[in-house]
Design a protein around this ligand. Sequence first.
Ligand code: COA
Ligand code: AMP
Length: 633
Amino acid sequence: MSNRYDAIYRQSIKDPESFWAEAAEALDWERSWDRVLDTSNKPFYRWFAGASCNTCHNALDRHVDGGRGDQLALIYDSPITGALRKFTYRELRDAVATFAGALAAQGVVKGDRVILYMPMVPEAVISMLAVARLGAIHSVVFGGFAANELAVRIDDAKPKVIVSASCGVEPGRIVPYKPLLDGAIDLARHKPDRCIILQRDQETAELTPGRDLDWQDAVAGARPHPCVPVEATDPLYILYTSGTTGEPKGVVRDNGGHMVALHWSMKNIYGVDPGEVFWAASDVGWVVGHSYIVYAPLLHGNTTILFEGKPVGTPDAGVFWRIVAEHDVKALFTAPTAFRAIKQQDPEGKLIRDYDMSGFRTLFLAGERADPDTLTWAETRLQVPVIDHWWQTETGWSICANPVGIELMPVRHGSPTKPMPGWSLEALDEHGAPSPAGTIGALAAKLPLPPGAAPTLWNAEKRFVDAYLADFPGYYKTGDAGYIDEDGYVYVMTRTDDVINVAGHRLSTGAMEEVLADHPDVAECAVIGVADALKGQVPVGFLVLNAGCERHHDEIVAETVRMVRDRIGPVAAFKTAIVVTRLPKTRSGKILRGTMQKIADQEDWKMPATIDDPAILGEITQALSGAGYARPA
Ligand code: COA
Ligand code: AMP
């Protein structure tokens, strides 16, 4: 049934070095590798050790040199501002080379870090590729994060330069970025030498003399910079993601392995050929944006779409279909939440009929669990295969997918299908032994991981080992629990840590608890993720107030909501907090977040044997049902 996939997968596990060496031949290397896989420093494995290369060269110059100079590389379609701009490979290469020259003029050299705090404009993509061109390391910070989150990343990455813009544009409001950037630099201990600011039409930012440089002034007179070769194992970027605590993890991506895996994925997983249009409707601030708006489509010679808008409201729930039809998109990749938003506004999918979608072949969903309702709706309305695939910031590309370019395996709702090459996956029990088929366990992948997966965390090797490798020696712990059925289909059920997924955005409840705990009237708190029809999950906070606090609860709740928005950002979507007298805990003092979440989601739950005060769960149920969650007690 799945002969081609089986053969390819088996070969990748049996002989990973020849599998990935063959895939690497599609790319240009300044110098070839000494070893495809360097195993000399376990548990840290390095792909293509000894090779040197440049990712930007492979994403742009290689195509211009190879005859694709006049093909479109990037289409910027911004229904929220009305802008449309197109770049051929030659134009994009030239813009990137010029901006690389501008960065070099500010002293950026190989190995330096550059933080990018940018809205979804072409200059964001140009900046990423320009940093890569110089062999420097970019770290993109999502625009929906607040100054404090940006400051934490500035202190960890220690950028020489920060590139930002005057504003982002959200439905109904302009989001000025400059005050957030200035606030972050004030908060951070590390200070960048220079900030380069793109002034957008919607808002002009005031520049700080001596530190800030207008983008236009920076590029005026800049000399185009050639690609700087780096070691294949050198970092291309750092992308911070949520962990269990408020301190984000700086996921490192290397150059060589990343290029090879992403290039391979475009034809084999997404089934597109060079020259075709591919669209990932995400944001460059997330890993999906890094991998599938920027690097993979360009490495593969596709045309990529940069979409500045929302699935609904910019102007309506037909915007995805308009873009697919207008730009002849062959494959679209987005998060299920985007489809839930569209379905909510256009349940019959009537707007689809307004557009010629005949060229559209496949819809890919990832970022959160794809619920069967949304999958069925998309399949019925679009009449194309709808492919759920599972991956993480750390992995950079799919752990599991249905590789339509190899063969379309039967789709099973609730499953992102099977492991991709190099991913040797098990559901492990608490002793680290593989569970039998159909039994839930911790999903973990045998080391070494394939190319593209994070080799480490930025300046935090021990944290990398502790977070991912220590619990199950010889394996990478994904942090997701699930099972593998008798046919090898993988089912991803839930996170095993305090990470929640809000509208496809990964957030830490631990980080929100740290903010709530700072409120002067809050003695204790907990945050859980509860099911939400649109966003998949939303955070809900529980607050225990200091004894003697007589302030009105609504006031305190409003202040905590404001604090999370100000410190983490609007993207946290923290809108609900409930004041309770106590939190449910085990006798050893552990907060029973899992039980609270089951009550909120109206799932079956058992009274935990170790609970110290069963009566409190009645109050929690009451409070949750008062807030619109849980069944009344
Ligand atoms: N800059 C500033 N603020 C931002 C922002 C950005 N780049 N992105 C989001 N925000 C703000 C929003 O304006 C919103 O603010 P509000 O509380 O004042 O309304 C808040 O952050 C939450 O944003 P979001 O989670 O996007 O919710 P939404 O209600 O605006 O839109 C969806 C809901 C489903 C339409 C939206 O989440 C979406 O398009 N999701 C697509 C999935 C996706 O891109 N996932 C990424 C991983 S693949
Ligand atoms: P991020 O690092 O932001 O991409 O988030 C990764 C997490 O999102 C995973 O660990 C999962 O918990 C969840 N996730 C991503 N894709 C899927 C999927 N297809 N099915 C279920 N969960 C998913």
